[in-house]
Design a protein around this ligand. Structure first.
Ligand code: NAD
Ligand code: ZN
Ligand code: ZN
Length: 361
């Protein structure tokens, strides 16, 4: 029997979101219905609302969530009703060319539920990142459910489902930051501060947080920044070089995603260093560099989708580290809110007042 539940829908580009009645089908083969307990508000939800991702309105927003599996469809063996899971947007297929090369974190053919969730009118919804979790119950592919230790609080665990994993993985998976390394992180929102927390976990000794908002720099220190730079007042590249014996950092993460911040990341690297783009640019942005600098400075420029994570490998490990007191995921939760307050949470995010607002159900 399909169920009727409440969820947050973006109907039109740039217009406020609203809470609607949504029909959730019973899970079909390979699918699961999850009772969502918590879902963080990510900047990418706002990008969807602004039409910055695609035009497939109406969207069911929310994609950074944890909950309990309620029911599973035929053939599902990895999870069962009652399991505490984090939802992921990388349910790897195992058979695409990336998976076959042993690099499943690049999987080019990830799984989502095949049945649509619909509005009362019957109109199908596009779930954000193939999840859609600002809703009481959601339908996903069973591979999108990663079991973790239920001792973790849902509002904390859910954050690994997107932004925190993206930032942390940008530093340690994509950037390969390790013991004794130096790293600079440009943009210290939820994603950037997760890169800082990840760098500390990995043993980086110089961790430089860069932002134009002094409040964000205070938070960056709490997550492990050893130095901070206000790039509204100081040249970011010069400041990062000064803090690294004039050389630049081994890794620079751009967690903003603008041409000017990626240029800073490119030039603030040491020779042979790595620049990682994790902030999402808009389609109109372009970027130009002297090719001789790309050649002459060596190293790598990389982009990081979802922190190059493998949910089945990374989520349980990071939850265990959190429960051992080594990863302060709870510090990302600025406030908990209800489904009806997502629109206001977008405004608070735009005003820079929060790291994460988390919807709890
Ligand atoms: N690659 C991925 O898989 C992935 C996943 C999740 C989010 N993201 C993206 O990461 C980005 C950051 O997300 P968030 O949730 O942390 O957003 P956020 O709004 O919380 O943080 C952005 C931060 O950047 C700072 N900033 C803005 N312009 C700046 C500039 N010119 N120089 C320095 N700092 C500047 C802001 O003050 C803010 O602290 C977004 O583009 C989001 O879409 C990417
Ligand atoms: Zn694959
Ligand atoms: Zn996200």
């Amino acid at each position: 029997m399909a169920q009727e539940v409440r969820g947050v829908v973006a109907h039109t580009k740039g217009k406020p979101v609203s809470v609607e009645t949504i029909t959730v089908p019973d899970p079909g083969p390979g699918e699961a219905v999850v009772a969502v307990q918590a879902c963080g508000v990510c900047h990418t939800d706002l990008h969807y609302r602004e039409g910055g991702i695609n035009d497939e309105f109406p969207f069911l927003l929310g994609h950074e969530a944890a909950g309990r599996v309620e029911s599973v469809g035929a053939g599902v063996t990895d999870v069962e009703p009652g399991d505490f899971v984090i939802l992921n947007w990388r349910a790897v297929c195992g058979t695409c060319r990336a998976c076959k090369r042993g690099q499943p974190w690049y999987c080019f053919s990830t799984f989502n539920a095949s049945q649509p969730m619909t509005l009362a009118s019957g109109q199908p919804l596009s779930p954000a990142l193939g999840i859609g979790a600002f809703i009481e119950k959601t339908l996903v592919h069973a591979g999108q459910c990663t079991k973790v230790d239920p001792a973790a609080k849902p509002e904390v665990a859910g954050l690994l489902g997107c932004g925190v994993m993206a930032g942390l993985g940008a530093a340690i998976n994509t950037g390969g930051v390790g013991r004794g390394d130096s790293i600079a992180v440009i943009g210290c929102g939820g994603v950037g501060n997760a890169a800082i927390a990840g760098a500390r976990l990995a043993g980086a000794t110089t961790i430089i947080g860069v932002d134009i908002d002094p409040r964000k720099l205070e938070w960056a220190k709490e997550f492990g920044a050893t130095h901070t730079v206000n790039s509204a007042q100081t040249d970011a590249v010069e400041a990062i070089q000064e803090l690294t014996d004039g050389n630049g950092a081994n890794v620079v993460v751009d967690a903003v995603g603008r041409p000017e911040t990626f240029k800073q990341a490119f030039y603030a690297r040491d020779l042979a260093g790595t620049a990682v783009l994790v902030g999402v640019p808009t389609p109109d942005m372009t970027f130009e560099l002297p090719l001789i600098d790309v050649f002459g400075r060596g190293g790598a420029t990389k982009s990081s989708w979802y922190g190059d994570c493998l949910p089945s490998r990374d989520f349980p490990m990071l939850i265990d580290l959190h429960l051992q007191g080594r990863l302060p995921l709870d510090k990302f939760v600025s406030e908990t809110i209800g489904l009806a307050e997502v629109e206001e949470a977008f405004h608070r995010m735009e005003r820079g007042e929060v790291l994460r607002s988390v919807v709890v159900l």
